[in-house]
Each structure stands twice: as C-alpha cells, then as structure tokens.
Design a protein around this ligand. Structure first.
Ligand SMILES: CSCCC(=O)C(=O)COP(=O)(O)O
Ligand code: MG
Length: 267
C-alpha cells in the first residue's frame, strides 16, 4: 500500500469548490440589491456601524494611495458627512469595489454580513461542485483534515458551506482562514496557516484556481493542485499539476507525471 503524501488539504472556494458564476451571478447581485436596505434599516446597529467605519477607512486609505475611483468618506469630526451622504458614498464605493472584484477585507466582511440574512431566510444556498463535496467527505473519512483559505470572509465561508446545496458541510471543515491571515499571493500566509494548524507545509495539499496563489503556496513548501473548472479564467498551467475532478486526486501525489486523465502533471 502506498503511504499518503499529505495529511491536510487547504481549499480555495471561488473557482475551486464553488463555481465562479455563483459568486458573480448570485452572491454579488444579492449584495447589490440588499445593501441599501441593510444600511438604512440597521444604521444604528453597532455591527453595521463597524462595517461602515471599515469601508470608510479603506476608502480614505485608497484616496491617500492615489486610487482615482476612491472618494473620501468623513464619518467623524466637525466636517463629518451627514448619515445620508455616508450611506450614498458607501453604496457607490461598494458598487465600484465589486465591479473590480476587489479582494479587500472591509468589502469581504460587509458582504458576509449581508449574505447571512439571505442564507438564513433560504433566499441563498451555497453552490458546490459535487466532486468537491465527495472529495472532502473522502479526505475526512481517510483521517485527513480539510481547511479553507479564501478571500471571502470567514463568516462568508461558513455560510457557503453551512447552507450548501449538499447540506451542512461544516462538519467536514477543521478550520477557516481569510485575508486577515495575509494575502493569498504571499508565501508568508501559507507558512502562517501551516503553523496555525500544526502541520508541516510539505504535508499540506493546497488547491486553488489562481496560479499566483499556487506559486505562493509552493514557495512556502506546500504541495499544490491547480483547479480547472468551467467558467474559470483560462490559465497556462505550465508545469503545475491540474485537476478538474477532485475525486481523482490520490492520497499519494507523485512529483513525476501522472496517468490519471482528469489530473495531470505537465513537466
Ligand atoms: C467565500 S465568500 C464568496 C466568494 C468571495 O467573495 C471571494 O472573494 C472568493 O475568493 P476565493 O479566494 O475563494 O477565490
Ligand atoms: Mg479562487
């Protein structure tokens, strides 16, 4: 029997466990349609205010950094904007950030908070690729631990998996990481994750649709697999191992080329 080459799996979400179309065509429009009501109804709610302050801070940092689409939002002090002005600026800011698919903490945290009501009311249901669901079940049954690392906030991750179209998948997930641990394209983030979960980077398999993330994880010493899914941006996989059906990922991953037709190594 071949012994396995990894003990933990670290999964990206969008383009990996979940179609990009679900995020772009369902989740983002949900925020677009509900953000005004969220801000108006909950304006006095400390949680809503926490998100508004975070968005304002990000907007003001962006203005200082010279980002041309950014507009200053003055919340505190003698020259503060009125509540309606702040709401209007936040709405425009969120629209701009979502159009450019910015992976910024303040935006992602606000989105997660808005999605919560959608999932809890049954208006939203997380979409997962069936083979990803099956692979996650098999990995955990084999004694491996499965973790998530996504630009989506930890709250948003728990919602997608907790209210998935395959039932509550959270029971299979041993931990969640978002960009509060660090950017997904920085190798130090993967080192930090390995450290936090107590598994050597060399014994972790990271799966993502983004080559820059794969490179960063490899630099940290992780094994990697590039996720190839319908709707993902076309990539030149080069020498990276690729996979379009996660149930075909073996527990023992050779460095050399593989014969599995769904998963390939082109070296
Ligand atoms: C998990 S929340 C919804 C997806 C999202 O907003 C996002 O930014 C996902 O990015 P990923 O790092 O999972 O590709
Ligand atoms: Mg992704």
């Amino acid at each position: 029997m071949t012994s396995r080459t990894y003990d933990a799996v670290l999964l990206d979400i969008e383009g990996t466990t979940t179609p990009i179309s679900f995020v772009r065509d369902v989740l983002f429009p949900y925020v677009k349609h509900n953000i005004r009501g969220f801000l108006e109804t909950g304006w006095e709610d400390p949680e809503v205010q926490k998100h508004v302050h975070a968005i304002a801070k990000q907007a003001n940092d962006d203005v200082r950094a010279g980002i041309s689409s950014a507009v200053e939002i003055n919340i505190d002090g003698p020259h503060a904007d009125s509540a309606e002005e702040v709401r209007q600026k936040v709405l425009l800011n969120i629209e701009w950030q979502m159009k450019s698919d910015r992976k910024i903490g303040a935006l992602k945290a606000l989105q997660g908070c808005i999605w919560r009501a959608g999932y809890e009311s049954g208006q939203l249901q997380g979409v997962m690729f069936p083979d990803a669901v099956e692979a996650i079940r098999r990995w955990t049954a084999a004694g491996l631990k499965v973790f998530i690392y996504s630009s989506g906030s930890i709250e948003a991750q728990k919602l997608i998996f907790g209210f998935s179209d395959h039932g509550n998948m959270l029971q299979y997930i041993s931990g969640h990481f978002d960009t509060t641990t660090g950017p997904k394209i920085a190798s130090s983030s993967y080192t930090a994750i390995a450290d936090k979960i107590g598994v050597a980077p060399e014994r972790i398999l990271f799966v993502s649709d983004i080559i820059l993330e794969i490179r960063a994880a490899e630099k940290a010493g992780m094994q990697t697999m590039l996720s190839v899914r319908p709707g993902n941006a076309p990539v030149d996989a080069g020498s990276f191992q690729t996979c379009s059906d996660f149930t075909t990922i073996p527990l023992s991953l050779p460095k050399a080329s593989r014969t599995d037709p769904e998963c390939s190594v082109e070296e």
